[in-house]
Each structure stands twice: as structure tokens, then as C-alpha cells.
Design a protein around this ligand. Sequence first.
Ligand SMILES: Cc1cc2nc3c(=O)[nH]c(=O)nc-3n(C[C@H](O)[C@H](O)[C@H](O)COP(=O)(O)OP(=O)(O)OC[C@H]3O[C@@H](n4cnc5c(N)ncnc54)[C@H](O)[C@@H]3O)c2cc1C
Length: 456
Amino acid sequence: MHAPGPVHVIGGGLAGSEAAWQIARQGVPAMLHEMRPLRSTDAHKTGSLAELVCSNSFRSDDAEGSAIGLLHAEMRRLGSLVMQAADAHKLPAGGALAVDRDGFSTAITAALEGDPLIDIRREEILAPPADWDNVIIATGPLTSPALAETIRTLTGEDALAFFDAIAPIVHRDTIDFGIAWFQSRYDKAGPAGSGADYINCPLTRPQYEAFVDALLAGGKIAFRDFEATPYFDGCLPIEVMAERGRETLRHGPMKPFGLTNPHQPQQKPYAVVQLRQDNKLGTLFNMVGFQTKLKHGEQVRIFRSIPGLANAEFARLGGLHRNTFLNSPKLLDATLRLKAMPRLRFAGQITGCEGYVESAAIGLLAGRFAAAERRAEPPHLPPTTTAHGALLGHITGGHVETIDAGPRSFQPMNVNFGLFPPLAGVARGARKQALCVRALADLDAWIGAAVPHAAE
Ligand SMILES: Cc1cc2nc3c(=O)[nH]c(=O)nc-3n(C[C@H](O)[C@H](O)[C@H](O)COP(=O)(O)OP(=O)(O)OC[C@H]3O[C@@H](n4cnc5c(N)ncnc54)[C@H](O)[C@@H]3O)c2cc1C
């Protein structure tokens, strides 16, 4: 009988490097296929594995009050190579974890090259060969065009996006319901709704005029050279819509029709901003049609001028970038396998998470799931109360799919507390810390319940 072959990992970025490491830690051989330096992307500059293409920051390292810091802490407890290398090459950056980018990726490359269970091949994979029975595709936001085309053929025309069109997402409990109200346009229930599925924020004419002025004057982020301008119908940035005419927004995403403000039923709003439920937990609402290239600080300032959003906290701010990502909630199963071809599993930014650390965390899970499958063990899913479980939930099912016109509703997401099941009976000021405490306790119990391979 033949020994089972390796798990094939395509892409040696943040996710693929972590996945290969985790596979090997489970005693399973991995073959890591990375196309650089033979062929590069528009953003990478070296042949190193896990290259950081832009900033050198892993963001906040606070595991008691920030979701990304919590994810760091969980990854450390799960033996993450990315976190080991980050900690070994950290630079002074206040409460953030910043790293020496060359030291970081050199350390990861050396660790993977030195691992007897990992075989690194420098080659571009155009399509995973049919005899690879256990594959992780972790080719990232700049997946090579040939492989992207293969994936598109496997998943369907609309299932793989080449740009994101991100509208800001607001934590529901920071919206002022003394001003805003729940109502669907013309009270239509739709296929899965109640007739009151949207949160509406009303603007008077002077407020609308001031809002349009602020959008026009607000600082914007330019596209990178290689991105080109990805505008297409149904996905124009709001500031571009505002440039096309002062009334354009009022006839587009801010139209006031079919809505009655219960706080002032006699007064018709001049314009309305609508927010739609984004996750099954009902904790997050996205600003419908508000994809934007405004700078993040400008978004916070300008969007807080909308009545009802003065104290809004944003789980995600808007953006529009070159990206490559799947409609994962529809296409992937609970362990990140393509439902239509389960020998293929996806990891990293291509699944719809956003950021270096999140991509590595999803690589960590994908590696463990793939190794368990190779060992004929059941997958060990992280609790939904952990940062890993919350992020995985966003990718594989927590997002509420909508069928409205406009950009696809599943869009990339950083880890944030809105993705966690809420905690009842905890004062607002103590909530983040309580979520972190619960997450780490549940993670430790989960790790304790894992099959101890080392003892075999
Ligand atoms: C321009 C740009 C700037 C960014 N800035 C930041 C930032 O400042 N902070 C942040 O947190 N995130 C940033 N991101 C997001 C960042 O890319 C991801 O968070 C992270 O690198 C994704 O990890 P990944 O492993 O999914 O993909 P990557 O790290 O991109 O790794 C994918 C790997 O797959 C390889 N590959 C692609 N196709 C093939 C193929 N067919 N065969 C073999 N190998 C292949 C690539 O060469 C690459 O090494 C940025 C993204 C871009 C595009």
C-alpha cells in the first residue's frame, strides 16, 4: 500500500506558510508551492515566504481589549509560526506589534526550509493536478491570473471577485434609536425579512447638503498603479456619485422613499441612510451603498455627522481595492473546503478575511483541518466564542447574504468584536474585556480537548 501523499499548499504567503507549519506539527508531510521569485505579483518584492507587502504592523497587541490582540494571543497558544517570528523580530511601536519585515520573513523561510516534513517547490501552479487529494489554496489577494481563472471555472462566474467594494459596518449598539428607526422600504418583507430589516437615519435638506459638501471635500485614498480604476455599475464610491450631481445620492443609496420616521411622522426626511443587517448575530449593520475611497479618519468624521450615527463605532471602514476573494459563505463548508470539490480547501485573504494576522489565522485553521483529514480524524472546530471561531464563522456562514442590487454583500472583514456571540448582563465598558476572557478560557478548553499527537 502507498503511504498517503503530502498535503499540497499553494501559495507561501501569510496563510500558506502558517498552514504548512501547522500541518507538519501534526506529523503530516506538506508540500508548499510558491511561485516567487520565478514569478512575482504586483505588490511582492522578494522571494521570501510570508512577505509583508505593505505596512509592517500587526496592529494592537492588547489581548484584553482588542479583537486583533486577542487573535494574537490565541495564535501564540496554538503554536503559530507567524506569531513566533513576529515576537522574535518585533520593533518598538507602543501598544502595536510591529515587526522588522526582513527579519520576520527570513525567519519564516528558514523555519519552513529547515522542517523535514515540509518540501518547498518554487513554481506557479496553474491548476491543482487531479491526483492531489488534499490541497490548500492560499494564493491571496493577488492570485496569479491563470490559477484565478481555474478557480473561477470551478466556482462559477460570480463567485470569485477581483475587486472588493467595502461599505462601512457599524456596531448596532452604538446607533441612536432616539433618531434612527427600523423599517424596510414600503414595509416589504422580502424572502427572509420581517418588513423592518433596515435601520434608517433621516437627513433634512440642510443636513444632506452639508453631507454632500463634506464628501466632496473629504480626503481620498488614491488607487495603486496596478489597480486601475475598478468602477462598475452598482459599485461607485459614494463620493464619486456625489461628484456626478448634488441630487445623485438622493436618487440612489440615500433615497427617502417608502419610509416614515416614527419619531417625526409628519416630517418627510429629505434623504435617508439605510443600514442592513450584516451578520446572523444581528450585532453588525452595513451602510447600504456606501463603498468609498475616503480616508479612514475622514469616514469616521463624515459618517458621524449622519443623524443617529453621532456615536457610531465602526467594525469595518469602507474601501475599494484590487483583491481576489470567494463568495465563501455560499461555496465553502465549515472546514473551508470547496463544497463542489472537497479535495480543495481555501485559506487566507482569498476566503474573505482581511489583514496579515487574520490571513495567517485562517491558514492555521486550514492546516489543522487538512492534517486531521489526512490522519482520518474528525475536524476540530474552534468555539464560536474565540477569535478564530468568530472569524471562521464570518467566512463560512455568519454573514447574512442579501440579494439587493449592487456589490456582493459578502465583503472582506478584519476580526472585530461584532463577530462574537454577545455577552448578556455585562456593562458596556467591561464588554470587550469580558469577551476576551471568555475567548481565552474557551480556547484553552478547546486545546485541552484536542487529540494529543505528541504523545503517540
Ligand atoms: C497592495 C496590498 C497592500 C496590503 N497592505 C496590507 C497591510 O498594510 N496590512 C495588512 O494587514 N494587510 C495588507 N494587505 C492584505 C495582505 O495581502 C493580506 O492581508 C495578506 O498578505 C494575505 O495573506 P495571504 O496568505 O492570503 O496572501 P499573500 O500573503 O499575498 O500570499 C499569497 C502567496 O501566493 C503566491 N501565489 C499566488 N498565485 C500563485 C500560484 N498560482 N502558484 C503559486 N504561488 C502563487 C504569491 O506569490 C504569494 O506569496 C495588503 C494587500 C495588498 C494587495
